[in-house]
Design a protein around this ligand. Structure first.
Ligand SMILES: [Zn+2]
Length: 72
C-alpha cells in the first residue's frame, strides 16, 4: 500500500441483546459503533480501545458482534 493512514479504521457494530422473561425472542438493548484505532495494516484482531472490544474480520466490511446479556 502506498497510502499511509494513521488508523486502520475498520468498523464493527456491537449489538447487545437481552431476552425478556416469558418470551423466546431477543431484543436489542444497546448498539455500539466500534472503530479500530490500531495503525493501518496492523496484524491480528481489530481493536477499539475506547470500548475495550476487539474483533477479527477482514477490512472493508462492517462486522456485527452479537452479545447476549442476561439480567439477573
Ligand atoms: Zn484494524
Amino acid at each position: 500500500m502506498d497510502q499511509v493512514d494513521a488508523h486502520c479504521d475498520a468498523r464493527a457494530v456491537l449489538i447487545v441483546t437481552k431476552q425478556f422473561e416469558g418470551t423466546a425472542s431477543n431484543v436489542a438493548k444497546n448498539r455500539v459503533d466500534l472503530v479500530c484505532g490500531l495503525p493501518s495494516g496492523h496484524d491480528g484482531d481489530h481493536r477499539d480501545a475506547a470500548h475495550g472490544e476487539s474483533w477479527e474480520h477482514p477490512a472493508d466490511r462492517v462486522f456485527t458482534i452479537l452479545r447476549h446479556e442476561d439480567e439477573v
